[in-house]
Design a protein around this ligand. Structure first.
Ligand SMILES: *Cc1c(COP(=O)(O)O)cnc(C)c1O
Length: 408
């Protein structure tokens, strides 16, 4: 096992073969109908939510942001564990409704929502996170047209950002939400006869492994929320404080110390005053809940040398797992944890480049990895693959088969 992937010590290995959810890698791949495939571990998902809840304040509501992994079986499993689902499109809304969760526990955030999407959301009675003044106007119109009072919350573009985040989603000019400084005017003009006001959504960033950065963002989020609550025309039912909890992907990264973040959140929730005191606090998470429960498997189809470098060629790659290839927001490519699933360890190792079947040098599964000597037919596994995998990848590119997905 490569030394930098220390955290892989938690994996189960039997006769040198990776085991997931009590089955061998080979058995899982066969169950899925072959490679390439994603395997998601149901028990891991359950445990992740339970562990997180045991640390977080008991009154905190947990939502699952389904864009991280919208596979219907996964969403259905998550729906039974969390307090709500967050969707970002009408198609995701259909998956969320299909899970059987109470529509009031579904919220819809996303820039540039189409009128048809808004209509569908109003008809479904879910909470819509309004991201622009025109969107609010459209909801007023839909309120009359459909004879249903839309449930609305405002997504606010905060006047701060979550520092050292994987992706900047707030602070400064952004396409997401309504700028915090415009909110007093928006709230003053809000027509509560036409829409049902629920609260605020303040999302400041994603993929963060630094407790101090999350704590800082929570301080600022609560401070902003308190100000907004004072301005609200009716009591604020909930404030969605975003998520941002990250998972370790790259060599040297450590799991986030959630306990510290949770402790601080507990204090912030208790210290609330005024109208803010009685509103529900919601945390929405995608990656943190599902990312570590997923495995991407592909098979070695060829092995060759090129000018002193050994290449393991596989049937899977960037078209199924864009983020692993390094082309989904990374500046410098680093390896996700990768192993040969049916030869986890051996005395003898060789340095390999693992690449996929696409006609582009960007199609990298793993670069400069020291792995046991692999053969054609062996299985390559990429860990930390439960979030932003299949649906965050250009599956149509080069017209290879779509990836299989199995929840076990
Ligand atoms: C993407 C997104 C999330 C989930 O982010 P993760 O990093 O996967 O936890 C949550 N809320 C909003 C508004 C998002 O756009």
């Amino acid at each position: 096992m490569s030394k930098e992937h220390d955290r892989l010590k938690r994996i189960t290995v039997k006769d040198n073969v990776l085991q997931v959810a009590g089955r061998s890698a080979g058995q899982l791949v066969t169950m899925a109908g072959g490679t390439p495939c994603y395997i998601y571990d149901r028990k891991f998902l359950t445990k992740r939510v339970e562990t997180l809840r045991s640390m977080m304040p008991s009154e905190l509501k947990l939502h699952y942001a389904i864009k991280a992994n919208p596979m219907p079986a996964v969403v259905q499993h998550m729906a039974a564990l969390v307090d709500g689902l967050d969707v970002a499109s009408q198609k995701e809304l259909m998956v969320a409704i299909g899970s059987g969760i109470d529509p009031e526990a579904i919220s819809f955030a996303g820039p540039a929502k189409r009128v048809e999407e808004l209509k569908s959301a109003v008809a479904a009675n879910i909470v819509i996170n309004v991201e622009s003044c025109l969107e609010l106007e459209r909801l007023y119109e839909l309120s009359e047209e459909l004879g249903i009072k839309p449930r609305v919350a405002f997504r606010v573009n905060p006047d701060f950002e979550l520092k050292s985040s994987g992706m900047k989603m707030a602070g400064g000019p952004k396409q997401f939400g309504i700028d915090a400084e415009l909110m007093p005017e928006v709230l003053a003009g809000l027509d509560t006869g036409k829409v049902d006001f629920y609260g605020f959504h303040i999302f400041s960033g994603s993929q963060n492994l630094k407790p101090e950065a999350l704590i800082d963002a929570h301080d600022k989020t609560f401070e902003l929320a308190e100000r907004l609550c004072e301005l609200a025309p009716v009591p604020v039912r909930h404030v969605n404080i975003g998520g941002g909890l990250g998972i370790p992907y790259f060599p040297g990264e450590q799991s986030l110390d959630v306990a510290v973040v949770a402790e601080h959140l507990k204090e912030l929730m208790l210290a609330r005053t005024g109208c803010f005191k009685n509103s529900e606090i919601v945390m929405e998470l995608g990656r943190y809940l599902v990312g570590e429960a997923g495995y991407y498997f592909c098979q070695i189809t060829d092995k060759k040398e090129s000018r002193g470098q050994t290449f393991l060629m596989t049937d899977g790659g960037l078209h199924h797992h864009l983020s692993n290839s390094g082309n989904f927001g990374q500046v410098i490519r680093k390896n996700y944890p990768v192993l040969i699933a049916n030869r986890v360890d051996s005395e003898e190792k060789e340095q390999v480049e693992i690449v996929g079947p696409l006609c582009t040098p960007l199609d990298i599964v793993g670069a400069k990895l020291d792995l046991p000597i692999a053969e054609v037919g062996d299985l390559v596994v990429v860990f930390q693959s439960g979030a932003y995998g299949a649906t965050a990848s250009p599956q149509g590119f080069l017209s290879h088969p779509y990836v299989r997905e199995l929840l076990v």
